[in-house]
Design a binder for this molecule. Structure first.
Ligand code: ATP
Length: 533
């Protein structure tokens, strides 16, 4: 992972935001290669899910044909949106402060064990990002008991190291007696939405929020889309855009950031067929990551257990990837596919729903008025053929563009052997990115800077540039030029040599197989189109 992080910086995939001022935790900038890679990922998703989707065909596994369309909504929305969606009251994480290290953790990033000495007992802790939790715990315990490291054998360990992943775990560990002795504060709720103020004189009533997901823009525009575009249920609305979450501990490179991009679909269907659509979207999205080059052996589709499900959710499955920074056997979420029933549309019609009782009732204040009033607008749908009126069910495949990019980078990073200019085998670093998402599709090299080779190479560069992002390089030995492109993930290098001037052919070199073959200049665009796919 360290090698990948250093390559990403060295080659301009990503940089820490505001780096010259020391950086700001949880924010990342995409460099010249990174911006292309991320744009290609979003474009591939949009093309595969939206513009390239055949509205007339019944795709394998789909209960029927369906339509797809898109939206681009604002980041700041009416504050009532977040009250009705539940984010205002419920979108929080639990944070815990470690009294010893003064570090702040998300509740599921703590591991620890009971330690006893001098008749006292503490629950000593370490962050799950710790290189050596045992050493951290020992250090902490020695400090707490006022002992020196040579007395470490007087410490009594009670049980194995445990991870605290749920708030219940905390309650068990930090029971009434432990509270005073433990080294963790109790978990406290922390709302993840960033606040801002509307207008120059804004007071509390003008508080607005940066959206923590793109989905709500789709729900509140449901009626606009139906009325303006003649789509018929079943159909999906897609959106790609920035979301913001004030994560307690951003970490693992871009995996958990505070500003990130989501690629979300809200798929509206009849309640009777929603289970079948849920199954369809799980499979469809799982396959997409494989089509884009992720190894199936490193991917899982994990169905949530009933305890994990949100109160309104009929089913949720996560697509998870074995990121190299996670311990063996652990996976990180790339995308969640949720069957949300009619929760969202109803919330925006009627008001915030009470999660503790019937999810279809409106939560009331003591005065009997709804706590968070919905828009009052009718968001039901009338099928113009059957005449039936209903509130559609929603299947939501919600993906993160930055996490997908991180997974593609991890998968692509390869060290193998390739011959240098003298034919000696050398270790090379190569980013085996899928050609569709590779930042640069082809690099064009004149073998030497003379005899008309640069001119011919520049002509080819200008022709190819009309179709793709291609790169021209005439500096240094050709072997070194190949290596630079291997690190950038460029799938094809095209070399113009003495023979090219004679017979109007060029050599194409394949990044992964190192195969080389000659192609007529006139056929080059077609050949690349075939190869890039
Ligand atoms: P997690 O459990 O990892 O916090 P989540 O279940 O809260 O994720 P969702 O609300 O389902 O995530 O968001 C959908 C997708 O958005 C996630 O699968 C992920 O790809 C992306 N995402 C969510 N939070 C972040 C973040 N802080 N940084 C980068 N991507 C994120």
């Amino acid at each position: 992972m360290e090698k990948l992080v250093s390559l990403c910086k060295r080659r301009g995939f990503m940089f820490q935001s505001s780096e010259i001022y020391g950086g700001v935790n949880g924010f990342w900038d995409y460099g010249p290669l990174g911006v292309e890679l991320k744009r290609n990922i979003k474009d591939a998703w949009w093309r595969d899910m939206v513009t390239g989707h055949d509205d007339l065909a019944q795709l394998p596994g789909a209960p029927s044909a369906y339509e797809m369309t898109g939206l681009d909504c604002t980041i700041i929305m009416h504050p009532q949106v977040w009250k009705c969606s539940g984010h205002y009251d419920l979108f929080h994480d639990y944070m815990v402060d470690c009294r010893e290290s003064k570090k702040r953790y998300r509740h599921d990033q703590i591991q620890g064990r009971w330690v006893e000495a001098k008749g006292k007992k503490i629950f000593a802790t370490a962050g799950s990002d710790s290189e050596s939790p045992e050493a951290d715990i020992e250090r902490q315990a020695l400090k707490f008991f006022g002992m020196r490291s040579k007395n470490a054998d007087e410490l009594k360990w009670d049980g194995p190291l445990v991870s605290l992943t749920t708030v219940d775990d905390f309650e068990q560990v930090l029971g009434p007696d432990a509270k005073t002795l433990g080294t963790l504060t109790e978990p406290r709720e922390f709302n993840l939405m960033f606040k801002t103020t509307l207008g120059a004189l804004g007071g509390e009533a003008d508080t607005a929020f940066l959206r923590p997901e793109t989905a709500q823009g789709i729900f509140v525009n449901f009626k606009n889309v139906v009325d303006s575009s003649r789509v018929r249920v079943p159909f999906g609305i897609a959106q790609v855009g920035k979301s913001f979450r004030n994560e307690i501990t951003p970490r693992n490179f871009t995996f958990r950031s505070r500003e990130f991009e989501q690629m979300e679909i809200e798929f509206f269907c009849h309640p009777d067929s929603s289970s079948e659509w849920y199954t369809y979207w799980r499979e469809r999205r799982f396959q997409w990551y494989q089509d884009m080059g992720l190894d199936k052996g490193k991917l899982i589709l994990r169905e949530h257990s009933p305890e994990e499900l949100a109160h309104y959710s009929i089913g949720t499955a996560d697509i998870e990837y074995a990121f190299p920074f996670l311990p063996e056997g652990e996976y990180g979420e790339l995308e969640g596919i949720a069957h949300r029933g009619d929760f969202d549309l109803r919330s925006h019609m009627e008001g915030k729903l009470d999660p503790s009782t019937n999810p279809m009732t409106v939560e009331l204040n003591a005065d009997g008025k709804p706590k968070h009033r919905g828009s009052g607008k009718d968001l039901s749908y009338r099928d113009d053929i059957s005449g039936e009126r209903f509130v559609p069910h929603v299947i939501e495949p919600s993906a993160g563009a930055d996490r997908a990019m991180l997974a593609f980078l991890c998968e692509a990073f390869t060290e193998d052997e390739a011959p240098d200019d003298k034919g000696n085998m050398q270790t090379r670093t190569v980013m085996k990115l899928h050609p569709r998402i590779a930042p640069i599709k082809a690099a064009i090299f004149p073998l030497v800077k003379k005899d008309g080779m640069p001119e011919m190479a520049q002509d080819i560069y200008r022709t190819l540039k009309k179709s793709w992002n291609v790169f021209y390089d005439e500096k240094g030995a050709v072997g070194r030029r190949y290596r630079r492109q291997d690190e950038a993930g460029t799938p094809f290098c095209i070399t113009i040599d003495g023979e090219s001037l004679q017979d109007q052919t060029v050599t194409i070199r394949h990044r992964d197989t190192l195969d080389q073959w000659r192609v007529k200049v006139d056929d080059l665009t077609e050949e690349l189109r075939k190869q890039i796919g």
